[in-house]
Every structure is written in C-alpha cells, then in structure tokens.
Design a protein around this ligand. Sequence first.
Ligand SMILES: Cc1cc2nc3c(=O)[nH]c(=O)nc-3n(C[C@H](O)[C@H](O)[C@H](O)COP(=O)(O)OP(=O)(O)OC[C@H]3O[C@@H](n4cnc5c(N)ncnc54)[C@H](O)[C@@H]3O)c2cc1C
Length: 548
Amino acid sequence: MAATTHTVSNQPPPLVGYDVYGGDRALSEGVARHLASADPELLGEVGRELTLLGTAAGSAQAQGWGVQANEYPPRLRTHDRYGNRVDEVEFHPAWHRLLGHAVTSGLTDAWGRPAGHLRRAAGFFVWSQAEAGHGCPVSMTHAAVPALRTDPELAAEWEPRLTSHVYEEGLRPAGQKAGVLFGMGMTEKQGGSDVRANTTAAVPLDASGEYLLTGHKWFCSAPMCDGFLVLAQAPGGLTCFLVPRVLPDGTRNAFAIQRLKDKLGNRSNASSEVEFDGTWARRVGEEGRGVRTIIEMVAATRLDCVIGSASLMRQALTQAVHHAEHRSAFGAVLLDQPLMRNVLADLALESEAATTLTLRLAAAYDAGTDQERAFLRLAVPVAKYWVTKRCTPMVAEALECLGGNGYVEDSGMPRLLRESPLNSIWEGSGNVQALDVLRALQREPQALNAFLQEVGLARGADHRLDAAVKDLLTDLADLEGIEARARRVVERMALVLQGSLLVRWAPPQVADAFCASRLGGDWGAAFGTLPHSLDLRAVVERARIAGR
Ligand SMILES: Cc1cc2nc3c(=O)[nH]c(=O)nc-3n(C[C@H](O)[C@H](O)[C@H](O)COP(=O)(O)OP(=O)(O)OC[C@H]3O[C@@H](n4cnc5c(N)ncnc54)[C@H](O)[C@@H]3O)c2cc1C
C-alpha cells in the first residue's frame, strides 16, 4: 500500500507556463495607460515585446535558470594554473542565459528608444521575476549612460556598446565586443553613504584625462563587467573615473579581486572587494565633480531599486494567490476564506501601489520636461525609501500564505525573502533617502511644487486622500526636529502619492481599500487587517493571473 501513502493531494500545481506581463493587470493596464496618446504602432510593438518577455519569464525554463543560478553561485578565480593573476569570476551557464536574455531584450537600452524608460521598466519588472540577482549588472549598465554623457567623447565611444542588444560574456578589449556591461565602485571600508570619505587616490598621467588609481573598494558588484564608474580623490577633489577591466592593447588592467562577499541573498550575483594598484583610469567629468557626475548613474539605479522591489512584491503575491487558489483547509479553498482573503487583498494593494508608482516614475523619465524632472527629484527618493522598505514585510507575509511550504527552498519563497531587504540598502539606504528628500525640500522648491501638483490631480476624489494631503502640508511646514522626523514625513509623501495615483487610475475597489487603510487609518500593524466592509473579493480577483 506504499502507493497510497505516496498519493499527493491538495498541493498546488507548479506555477509555470504563464505570461508574467499579460497576467498582471496592474502592470499591463498601466503600460497601456501611459502609452495611450502614443502612436498605436508603438503601443503594439511594446505590447508584443513585453508579452514575449513575460512569457519567457513565466516559462519553466527561465524559472529553472533562476533556481540554478542561485544553487550554483559564482566562484572567484584569482590566479591561473601558472600563478598569474586573472581575477575572474566563473558563473553557472544559467546566469549567462538570464543575463543574455535581459540584454538581448533591450533591458540596458532605455535612453534613445521611444517610450524607452517605460518599456524598459516594465521589462525589468517582468524579467526580474525569473531571477533578481542578474538585474544588478543590467541596472548598472543602463544607468552608466547618463553619467558618461557628461563627457561627449566617452559617450560616443561607449554608449552604443552599453545600449547594445548583444550579450558577449568574457573579458576582451571593449573595442572587440559588440556589447559590454558596466558596474560601479563607490563604497569603501571606511564609508559607503559618505563617499566623500573615499581614500582611493587618482594621480594624473598627463593632461589628457588619464590617471592611475591606488586604493580599494569594499563593495564592487558584478566584477566581470567590462568597465566601472569609480570614485577616487584626484588633486582637485573627489572625481568620477572610467576603469576598464581590459586595456585597449588587450592586457588586463590592475583589478585585484580580493574575495567575494558571502551574502544573505542575491547569491547568483558576485559582489567583490577590489584593490587598485596603479590601475589605469579615464576621468569622467571635471575633477572635484565626482558626486555630481556619478549621481546621474545613482538616480537611475535608484529607480531600478523601486522597480526591483515592486517586481519582487508582485512575484511573492502571485505565488501566494496561486497557493491559496489551489489549497484547501478546514473544508474550503483558502482563497475563499474571509481572513485569507483579507491578507491577500492587503498584499495586493501594496503590490499594485508599488507597480503603479513605478510606471509613473518611468513615464516621467520619458517625458523629460522640466516639470517631470522636478517631480522625479522628489518622487524617486520618496519611492526608493518607501517601496523598498515595504518589500521585506510584504514578501514575508506572502511566504506565510504558503504555510510550511513557503519556508522551504523548493517554493522559491526563501529566495525572494533573502533578496527583499537589498534594494533598501544599496544605492543609498533608507535614512540616506529620507535625508535626500529633506535636501530637495529645502533647496529645490520647484521639486515640491511639481510633487504637489501631481498629488493635486486627484484632489476632491477621496476625502481621506484630501485629509492626508492637508496633514502632510502641516507636517512639511513644521521644521522642528525635521531630521529626526524625516522617515515619517517621507512615508506620508509616499502614501499620498500612491493614493493619488490609485484614485486616478485603479479600479474603485482598489483605490477605496488603499485610502481606507493607508490614509484613513482603519488598519492594523500587520497585513490582513483591512476593514471587512471593503470589497476585498474584487481586490483579490484583480490580483489573480489574468487569462489563466
Ligand atoms: C549586496 C551588495 C552589493 C553592493 N554593491 C555595490 C557596488 O557594486 N558598488 C558600490 O559602490 N557599492 C555597493 N554596495 C554598497 C552599498 O551601496 C552600501 O553598503 C550602502 O550605500 C551603505 O553604505 P555603508 O555600507 O558604508 O553603510 P553606512 O554608510 O555606514 O551606513 C550605515 C547605516 O547608517 C545610516 N546612515 C548613514 N548616514 C546617516 C545619517 N547621516 N543619518 C542617519 N543615518 C545615516 C545608513 O542609512 C545605514 O542604515 C553594495 C552593497 C550590498 C549589500
């Protein structure tokens, strides 16, 4: 009777073979909304591109690559068999498949294409649901473009390779590659947030912008990239440099990888400690303007932190809903049980608010007007603070929806949970974002104007939103202890912004539940505490994979 004991029942089927893009109503409707006034041909083209990517991301093959790339993490090889330094990192083939698919799908190419940021943001959101770790070099490569544009000569040389849809693994002179990847080196042992404490020294070789660097970087992710934007102290102060791994003559630049970090999550990706010793570098921008130059890159990677967290949240929600649709307990399917529905609806609100905000930011990049730039100046650090901060508790709660299965690696949920705090740390941790918001509020009045104009577009549509905006204005006018209160202020800004977007664009049941809980205060400290009078069934129904 062994067969009887091995009968498997009441377990969900594997969640594969679905379209991550088309199945996500909040995402696909959002993309269509932002492209509503675009040429219909463009809308069709973007839709086809994202459907292809979404179908690939939800395939058993890509999900399998995600598992393998994390089960077989990268390995550092410092020397070859003869004792020569090589400083190479070996990755499982699955890593290269994931990265290759990202690059060939245009995920490093936003800056020149029509609706480039929107389609790339949606694509990054979708493809990260196959695996999140490889998004790191994808993000840094995409983000290096605006920093390099401060030097037209360098941009002309490198931009076509950075935005290329060709993936070529392996270290060779960049001139021999059709596509390259970039990383960044800012953080040192004695200071990460405070980059002005950097001690890496840059000595000019001549007046042509070439320098030699000596020093170290405490975190340098994806060290197999072809080039890095690095901060170092030049005679004129902190300066941005381009450091290639391989010099044009084919010899290796001095780039000694000391070790790889043993990280909580993000295990498919290599994050290294590097030492520079007479490392050749080319200056980017003026001496002493390093932060100004590299901040162009950091602003773009901060948006990617928001996209990455929104993507993790959607993936966790999809898993939770899928489990609850197929699992019964106490005689009923979990999805139909009122308390589970409350939990799932609450998670769905958090996910849709993050998705909608993400797309709005990407569309603002595409618009590129002064008004949108002013809006982004505040909205990006606000979103980076809040969406990345919400990610970990949200993913943890989604994991619990799978019960004990969620705690087991096979479910994929532990990987999502380990990944989730990261976007809140790199590219400026929570406090650093909150302080950046204060800086913008104090020094750039046009940013607050643009932010309030955006929120004001929903004025009068929901009394709880109107009251929350009024409270926020009172909060902003009170400067006493503002630094210690910064997190609370930024949280409020994020919630009114998310609330205003949902009131304008989401189905009424979603907007109503968001405003009642996040703005109206009728909510507990844990997920699953929404007022029972709301239409939670409609909220959960919307979160299910469409067309499945
Ligand atoms: C997996 C991973 C990969 C990374 N990859 C890279 C990379 O490729 N390149 C790179 O350059 N860096 C990289 N980093 C480094 C990352 O950007 C830094 O860790 C981050 O910016 C924080 O810097 P820190 O670690 O020095 O912390 P610190 O600057 O020491 O900050 C510690 C804490 O203090 C808070 N804090 C700082 N200043 C203030 C203040 N004035 N008031 C209140 N609180 C404050 C911070 O918010 C943080 O919570 C990576 C980090 C991780 C985890």
